[in-house]
Design a protein around this ligand. Structure first.
Ligand code: NAI
Ligand code: MG
Length: 398
């Protein structure tokens, strides 16, 4: 078989650092691949007026698999001011390239596992009976619809007349918002379609079945958001009844779920949600297993086989220019393992995961977040592992 080519998209800030370290781990674990660099991020917005250049889209179309670090995003007015002067005349409007990437390739299935690492000092603990301390084992996989809903980009401030007139035909719009001057109205839509709702639900149920989770929880708010959340829950009931009757279907509201996950996180297995609630609930669960230094994700289109794998953290600009990088590379390394799973290299993935688990359980080498230090350039002097040292230690264990 010919060598695989992976599109490596470092992006901004710490994105490059963690991606380079993850590639070092992949190489050391024996994953035989070539990496081509895909341009993405702030630099390309400022210099070219496009944070996601066409050449990067072409590379992903060709090679299908991408590893992504992180990008810096800013609100559109701030973004406009940083654009080079000759491009400002073109009245370009900034939008996030990672959201753009998901939409361009229809990477509608987003998978975010949150599993307790044994021995991680950042694990969630709670008080049990007789003042005992309990450390519940979290093993949750969140399936987030990644292209629609509130992040679908269909929004207006001072909406055009046709839109406004159409909305005025809705009795609730008329009574609740009809008296506001149109130029004071901002609207962000939440659109769900059956096709993509079914896809995320089926992916969640199939995962539960394949890996033996006893329940799938739809985490939305169908009692209030009746059309979109309501449709998702109703479809989940139908799918469960028809094809997954051995798996329990649970229904939680996003707000209540955010409370329950700190009370009884061990009760949950697979969770499925729309775009924004999936984003929220996955950050919540990630907080229980170590936070952003550990939160990994996969996003893919099941029809085309295109997949992009990334940590959920951003570019952490405040740590980006340290002479010795201090951030935790584990989230990126685990995202790379999800890539390996996706391309049927599970053996290498499990080797890497085993090394990571050993390093954590041993507890001798810890990045600043694990050592519970405040992030600062001096943490390495004070005993925290640097990004490179953590990757080296993972490599030693392979
Ligand atoms: P962030 O995730 O970049 O950083 C927040 C804080 O989390 C950091 O200050 C640091 O304390 C901690 N942290 C993040 N990654 C870590 C790691 N690997 N190891 C240890 N600690 C880590 O989020 P923030 O500061 O809100 O955003 C910074 C920039 O990143 C913004 O421009 C934002 O738009 C962008 N962003 C990009 C994302 C992406 O590329 N997918 C996702 C989230 C934010
Ligand atoms: Mg997020």
């Amino acid at each position: 078989m010919s060598k695989r080519t992976i599109v490596a998209m470092p992006g901004d800030g710490i994105g490059k650092v963690v991606l380079d370290e993850a590639i070092r781990v992949l190489n050391a674990a024996g994953f035989d691949a070539e990496y081509v660099e895909g341009d993405i991020g702030w630099k390309y917005w400022c210099s070219e007026g496009n944070p996601l250049p066409q050449r990067t889209l072409d590379l992903i179309t060709e090679h299908k698999i991408g590893l992504f670090g992180a990008i810096t995003s800013k609100p559109k007015d701030e973004a406009f001011e940083e654009l080079s002067l000759n491009l400002q005349e073109k009245r370009l409007v900034y939008s996030s390239p990672i959201v753009g990437l998901r939409q361009h390739f229809g990477l509608d299935i987003c998978l975010r596992p949150c599993r307790t690492y044994k021995g991680n000092p950042l694990n969630f603990i709670r008080r049990g009976s007789n003042n005992s301390i309990e450390e519940p084992k979290v093993d949750v996989v969140i399936f987030r619809q990644n292209t629609e809903g509130l992040y679908g980009g269909v929004e207006w401030s001072n909406p055009p007349e046709q839109v406004y007139d159409a909305l005025m035909t809705h009795p609730k719009f008329k009574s609740n918002f009809g008296s506001a001057p149109v130029e004071e109205v901002s609207i962000s839509t939440r659109i769900f379609t059956k096709k993509y709702t079914e896809r995320i639900l089926r992916a969640a149920f199939e995962h539960a079945k394949k890996y033996g989770y006893k329940s799938v929880t739809v985490c939305e708010k169908p009692n209030v958001i009746r059309e979109t959340s309501g449709m998702m829950y109703k479809m989940a009931q139908q799918i469960q009844k028809a094809d997954f009757s051995t798996i329990e279907l649970w229904n939680t509201n996003i707000d209540a779920q955010m409370m329950w996950l700190t009370k009884n996180p061990e009760n949950y297995g697979v969770i499925v949600a729309g775009n924004m609630f999936g984003d929220i609930v996955s950050d919540g669960f990630a907080g229980l297993i170590g936070g952003l230094g550990f939160a990994c994700s996969a996003q893919y289109n099941p029809e085309t086989g295109i997949g992009v794998f990334e940590p959920t953290h951003g570019s952490a600009p405040k740590y980006a220019n340290y002479p010795v990088s201090i951030v935790n590379p584990i989230a990126m390394v685990e995202s790379a393992c999800m890539m390996l799973d996706f391309i049927d290299e599970q053996y290498i993935a499990s080797k890497i995961r085993k090394s990571v688990a050993e390093v954590i359980v041993e507890g001798k080498v810890q990045t600043y977040d694990m050592a519970k230090m405040k992030g600062h350039a001096d943490v390495v002097e004070k005993g925290a592992a640097s990004t490179t040292e953590m990757a080296d230690t993972i490599i030693e264990k392979l």
